[in-house]
Design a protein around this ligand. Sequence first.
Ligand code: G6P
Length: 470
Amino acid sequence: MSRIIVVSNRTPGKGPAAGGLAVALRKTLAEREGFWFGWSGKLVDTPATDVRFEDIDGLSVAQIDLTRDDHHAYYAGFSNSILWPSFHLRLDLATIEAHWYEGYRRVNQQFAHALLPLLKADDIIWVHDYHLIPLASELRNLGARNRIGFYLHIPFPTSDALYAIPHHQELMRDLSRYDLVGMQALRDVAAFTEFAEHQAPATLSGSPLQAIDFGRTEVDAFPIGSDPDAFARLATSPAANKMVKRMELALHGQQLILGVDRLDYSKGLPQRVEAYEKLLANDPRFRRQVHMLQVAPPSRDTIKEYQATSDALDAICGRVMGRFAEPDWQPLTYVKRAYGQPSLAGLYRLARVGLVTPLRDGMNLVAHEYVGAQDPEDPGVLVLSRFAGAAEIFEDAILVNPFDTDETAEALRMALDMPRDERIARWQGLMAAARNHNVEDWSKSFLERLAPASARGTATRDILYLASVA
Ligand code: G6P
């Protein structure tokens, strides 16, 4: 069987706190052989060419260092100040600096140069996320003929947002050099198809662009998931119980509304707190009866838009405290730090409401983990943004428009008032969906589709891109 080479910007670290993706791919790599390739996390002054292999808890990880300048242009610059906001339809938060693209390209070239000598002819390469869109092109330019797949963990943009990205035509051409492109949701495949069918508008000079041929690239939705049964076990583990006990003492019987998100503007945190404020304002019976906990580990905090998001959240949390807190009661707790999976699992299990309201999100695995962690006899309610990829699979959640804080406030009221029978019925539907879309099957189905036609028993591949989007 061919080896699998996984490539991503970040590589898995030591210790048991790994997320579902790392666990699933670790398992795949153990069964199939291969290694994980990516940035070492180290910044150096001169470009490095050496690859260091390290054994990380039985997983073979190959890493390269990047120069400080290249990393800035590639990561904070092109990836997270241009691609991330544009793909999340926040062009107002994009900063465009022309030279970042060169750094982005250079890092992808450096990855390709370092990876190529490590490859065998029949290795299957699986590239992850928006930092590495050009990697297949760069590998193919160096002569690689391997099967190469790409998975986009974030949403694919609508055509207008795509056209606003400098060099979007080259990036789309880069995607056409993959054999398989996986997206989170049908809506993403639809957006891609829209571009592929109509392609770009005329350029400023009026000269026609050469249409991109996606004839060799299959594009389809592969919604990622978690391991909900592992999360269920974790939620009753001693470490989770410790957190549950701590929180029960603090809650004094109040119902917990929980949000867990990286501190990112795509997560809709100020809107979420505003919805909670409206709940307390509209329905005074909830005061002293509920408590909102928002866990928001800082993220990408060298980028000014992230600092502004953090400030906006400070301001609105302060406002809600000032408006509703009493000397012996606080309506909310807001913690800007990360917790390990066991503590989170305990918090999820305790929470009567899992409040997952991103403005736009690839999938959102917090929704999956929240479902996995519930007590089947007395489950909580998932309030979920209809703009998260997860909304395509979690029909039994209360779906909300996160921009409409009145609607989210009403969803919170419904969730808090929901009788146990209905909570159980909805949770059973959610858990069935989470099991059905588990991360192990996700990785298997992607790799099965990426395998050469001979290994799949298919004589020819005549699918261009799948326009099978209802
Ligand atoms: C999202 C992206 C991942 C990224 C993660 C954390 O989930 O899809 O590729 O690794 O955010 O962001 P960071 O910038 O800290 O790697």
